[in-house]
Design a protein. Structure first.
Length: 431
């Protein structure tokens, strides 16, 4: 309840140089996707996709310098050629993860009304209107499907296999593919913030304007107010196009978020830390809020771990007053602002993150990787209890057997490491 109350308180050179640093898809997962995204969940080329090129982007502002932390930024280890290895590492599946996660939960279940409204503004989504275990299950009990570079459309001439995939529009991903975690790359142009991958060479997007992307998410959320929280990861990509983004620009970015989502539809660090000095203290004392407290909300997280993250966290000290959470790398797990991580699909870092009650995301399968690689990575990630599994293929595509699927739950399944025995996928979300 503390989380609810808190709402009411307080050109060519660029192409060559950019491809040299970005082709190979290193930090962002990499396979081939054929066709366009359709409303039935299959992936084909989306109508209305926008290309950011010389005609729409002032390329004189684009940085041609190398990416400074590509592999770290995406939670993957890269080799000398820039190919992704971390997100599909050969870590053995972690089927028995020991954590300090508290699993003692009350077994009292209150009757719940399951006839949810499907249109209109978000409503009070407590236990009397949500799932039957909304006062028992908490946010870290879920495992949800996500997409990597969620706006991405395959360019006409891909420079690298890692660019050969297309996603459905964001609302189609939400409605037909069960996606509950997105990743958007943020660039700054004279007209505002834009969403695309790399200027000129990989710039086709389903929603060029950041505000349009958010409005699409909000529209679906408004129509389905009992959904699980939607996680939106933002990566600051000013090194691959657009103007530099500094600390003051981050404030403008957060202003855009707040102007789109009202306070009762936005889950922020202040909501988590309500009544405690910081988010870490709140997690240690109470853990994550119940699903009844956070249904219908959207949670923004900065993916970048460079100087942009330092700006967001005031020198890696606090997230007070911010609209976004920050991604914690292992050396920051105990920092007062640490609540969310992005890691590999398994290993000791995952165990350590669970012990601190962090929400954990990972990249699973990327364009250019084999069916076997993707299947192995998915099984490891699922067994390791990662909360957000981001993928280039959330639905079937041509020439691949693999796609990200939860046979035992759509859009979410009970987290095998953190969820209590009484958890069911229907209790998580059954719209």
């Amino acid at each position: 309840m503390r989380h609810v109350l808190a709402k009411f308180l307080p050109s060519a050179a660029l192409v060559i140089s950019t491809c040299a640093l970005a082709c190979g898809g290193a930090p962002e997962g990499t396979g081939a996707s054929e066709g366009d995204a359709t409303s039935d969940g299959s992936q084909t080329a989306s109508d209305g996709a926008t290309t950011v090129g010389a005609s729409t982007l002032d390329t004189t502002d684009a940085s041609a310098g190398p990416q400074t932390s590509g592999s770290e930024t995406d939670g993957a280890t890269t080799d000398a050629t820039g190919s992704t290895t971390g997100a599909t590492s050969s870590d053995a599946a972690t089927t028995d993860v020991t954590t300090d996660v508290t699993t003692d939960v009350t077994t009292d279940v209150t009757d719940a009304t399951t006839d949810a409204p499907t249109t209109g503004e978000p409503t009070d989504t407590g236990v009397d209107t949500g799932g039957p275990l909304d006062d028992v299950l908490t946010l870290d009990h879920v495992q949800v499907k996500g997409t990597h570079n969620s706006y991405h459309q395959e360019p006409l001439i891909p420079f690298d296999p890692s660019h050969e995939y297309s996603h459905a529009p964001l609302d189609v991903q939400l409605e037909s593919q069960g996606v509950r975690a997105f990743e958007l790359d943020i660039h700054q142009a004279p007209g505002g913030f834009q969403v695309y991958h790399i200027a000129v060479i990989d710039a086709v997007t389903s929603c060029l304007s950041f505000s349009d992307c958010m409005e699409t998410i909000k529209g679906w959320s408004d129509a389905h107010p009992l959904h699980l929280p939607i996680f939106v990861w933002l990566e600051i990509k000013d090194e691959t196009g657009g103007q530099p983004i500094d600390a003051s620009d981050l404030l403008l970015l957060e202003d855009e978020i707040r102007s789109t989502f009202p306070e009762d539809q936005l889950f922020t660090p202040d909501d988590l830390s309500a009544g405690y000095p910081n988010v870490r203290a709140a997690l240690e004392a109470e853990g994550w809020p119940t699903l009844g407290d956070v249904r219908g909300q959207v949670m923004f997280i900065m993916l970048s771990v460079d100087e942009h993250a330092e700006h967001l966290t005031s020198g890696f000290t606090t997230l007070a007053g911010r609209a976004m959470f920050a991604r914690a790398t292992p050396e920051h797990f105990d920092d007062p602002w640490a609540a969310v991580a992005k890691l590999g699909t398994g290993g000791q870092d995952v165990v350590d993150a669970h012990a601190r009650r962090l929400l954990i995301a990972t990249n699973v399968c990327g364009a250019g990787e084999s069916d076997d690689e993707c299947t192995g990575a998915l099984e490891t990630a699922k067994a390791s209890g990662l909360h957000m599994l981001k993928d280039d293929f959330p639905a079937p595509v041509n020439n691949m057997e693999y796609f990200l699927d939860f046979p035992d739950g759509n859009p979410a399944r009970c987290n095998p490491v953190t969820a209590p025995p009484e958890c069911t996928s229907e209790a998580l979300e059954d719209l």
